[in-house]
Structures are given as structure tokens and as C-alpha cells.
Write a protein that binds this ligand. Structure first.
Ligand code: UDP
Length: 312
């Protein structure tokens, strides 16, 4: 297949690029490098089945050759980005999704949207099944991400219904692993970076809020199965093991041997209190479930971050 990945130089996009190239597909990466990095894809330079185009997908996308699948993974996704670059986030998920859908339609390609557990907001139903409509504050700091991803789902379904486009929607829950940026701001890179610098880990609030963390390799396997299936989604892909932020901090300190302890900081506004995917649908229609436990995934992630820091 000839696959185009928007955001292909980012954390998830670059792992998808690796996966599809290793299976013999052709991959075109579009990225404006706002949060993506060339280091994530430079290992593929010189591969005739790989192409990188520096492009902002909020402007028209022109590709002069055939494409079989468009995977729309461009979007900043860290809560740190929400107040810092709110308008690029709104634009990539609205205008960018529109352009990516337009490209898929022109090429008669399959389209896969990277959506998010953030469509559920601060959920009142727990765990979250795909049928739950969510509890989002549209005008809050997180609204720029949550609402634009909700719009992205709506326009994807409109293209499916109005243009019979072959679409897929995946709702991605917290994912972690190599290639997250140390300064990403999300909890795992923050904690691991702090631990490796022998600093206290910054737990926001009392640390009783929960998340369910999926190792990147499991997540990519889920995306791959979804793309190759007939399942339109939306479908949750994530790990069901739920952890409090305090437990996570203690685990990172234990795995790294960090003795600097924990530093409590204020809880950000609208921070969801709980999050756990109901993955019955993924189990049933994709025969998918995560296989890598948090402890194992964290150990691999710590090793990778340690190497990054040592290499400067
Ligand atoms: N968090 C924390 N310390 C940090 C960064 C984040 O305690 O240094 C908390 C944050 O308040 C949230 C959870 O960790 O409850 C996950 O935050 P993250 O930014 O990774 O992503 P989110 O799941 O909120 O989108």
C-alpha cells in the first residue's frame, strides 16, 4: 500500500512509519515539525519507499501520485500545548482534517482519523465505552483540543455518509514510550526526566486522579489492525490498567532508584479525574488487546530516555 501519514514525524506517526515500512509498504510523511522531529524519521532517509514532505496540513495538500490510505495523526496532544498553541491545535484538527479528508477523497483512499479519549472530557461514565458522548467544557483550556477532535470525528463521519469515503476513527487513550519529548509536559516524560535528574516528581493535585497507560507498540498494533479491518469505529485503543498519579510516581521512583521523592503542585483546571477505556469493541472486532504491562513498558521507556540524556 501507499500510505500517507500526517504528523508522521511525531511520536505516534513515526512509530506508524516504522511499522508500515518494515511491512514493505510505501510511506509519505507530511509534517510541519511544530511538535514532530526529524530525528524520529531520519533512519529512513535514502529508503526509496519513504518520502518526507515538510508541509502544514492546514493548507491545501497536493500529492502528485496515487495514495491508498491517509492516516491523519498531525496534532499537538500534550496539555502543555493547549494554552501555548491553541489556534494551531484548533486549525490542524478542523482545517487539517478537512484537507486530509479531501486528499483521501481525491485519491479514493482509506482514511484513518487519530481521535482521542479527550472526546469523553471529564467522564461521568467509567470506564468509557464508545457509546458515551462525553462531558467536555467547550470554553475551557482543554476545549481547543477536545472540541476540535470532536469536530474532526464529525467531519470524518460526514465524509463517510455524504461521499461514501472508507473511514476509520480510533480514540487513543494515554500512550507512552520512546520518542516522546523530554519537554513534552505529559506525565510520563515529566516523571522520567525528573527521576533521571534526581529531582522530586511533580504530582499535580493530591495524585488521586487516574489514567490508563498503553505502551506504544501495543497502540500501533491496534492502529494497524483497525486500518486493515472493515471496522469504521470509533473504537477505543488503550490499556485498561488504571493507575493513580501517586502510584505512577512511586513506580517511576522505584524503577529509577530516585530518592528525591515527590513534590505536590496545583492541579490544572479541568484535569479529568478518571480515565479508563472500555476495550470490549476492540477485543471483539479487531481481536486486539494490550500485552505490555506498565512496569515493563516504563522500564523500556526509562532506558530510552536515559540514552537520550547521555547522548546530550
Ligand atoms: N500530571 C502530574 N504531574 C506532571 C504532569 C501531569 O501529576 O508533571 C498529571 C496531570 O494532572 C494528569 C495526569 O498526570 O492528571 C496525566 O496528564 P498528562 O499531561 O500526561 O495527560 P492527560 O491525560 O491529562 O491528557
Amino acid at each position: 500500500m501507499r500510505i500517507l501519514i500526517t504528523g508522521g514525524a511525531g511520536f505516534l506517526g513515526s512509530h506508524l512509519t516504522d511499522r508500515f515500512l518494515s511491512e514493505g509498504h510505501e510511506v509519505t510523511v507530511l509534517d510541519n515539525l511544530i511538535t514532530g522531529r526529524l530525528e524520529n524519521i531520519s533512519q529512513h532517509y535514502g529508503n526509496p519507499r519513504f518520502q518526507f514532505i515538510k508541509h502544514d496540513v492546514t493548507t491545501h495538500i497536493h500529492i502528485p501520485y496515487a495514495i491508498d490510505a491517509v492516516l491523519h495523526f498531525a496534532s499537538p496532544a500534550s496539555p502543555k500545548d493547549f494554552p501555548a498553541i491553541p489556534i494551531p491545535i484548533l486549525k490542524v484538527n478542523s482545517l487539517g482534517t478537512h484537507n486530509a479528508l479531501g486528499l483521501a477523497l481525491t485519491k479514493q483512499a482509506r482514511f484513518l482519523l487519530a481521535s482521542t479519549s479527550e472526546v469523553y472530557g471529564d467522564p461521568l461514565v467509567h470506564p468509557q465505552p464508545e457509546s458515551y458522548w462525553g462531558n467536555v467544557n467547550p470554553i475551557g483550556i482543554r476545549g481547543v483540543y477536545d472540541e476540535s477532535k470532536r469536530f474532526a470525528e464529525a467531519i470524518t463521519m460526514a465524509y463517510r455518509r455524504a461521499h461514501q469515503l472508507d473511514t476509520r476513527i480510533v480514540r487513543i487513550f494515554n500512550t507512552y514510550g520512546p520518542r516522546m519529548r523530554l519537554d513534552d509536559g505529559r506525565v510520563i516524560p515529566n516523571f522520567v526526566g525528573q527521576a533521571l535528574r534526581a529531582e522530586p516528581l511533580t504530582v499535580y493535585g493530591d495524585g488521586s486522579q487516574t489514567r490508563s497507560f498503553c505502551y506504544v507498540d501495543d497502540e500501533i498494533e491496534g492502529f494497524q489492525r483497525l486500518l486493515m479491518s472493515d471496522e469504521p469505529g470509533p473504537i477505543n485503543i488503550g490499556n485498561t490498567t488504571e493507575t493513580t498519579m501517586l502510584e505512577l510516581a512511586e513506580l517511576v521512583n522505584r524503577l529509577t532508584g530516585n530518592r528525591a521523592g515527590i513534590l505536590f503542585k496545583p492541579l490544572p483546571i479541568d484535569d479529568p479525574k478518571v480515565r479508563q477505556p472500555d476495550i470490549s469493541k476492540a477485543r471483539q472486532s479487531l481481536d486486539w488487546e494490550p500485552t505490555i504491562e506498565l512496569k515493563e513498558g516504563l522500564a523500556r521507556t526509562i532506558t530510552w530516555f536515559r540514552d537520550q540524556i547521555e547522548m546530550g
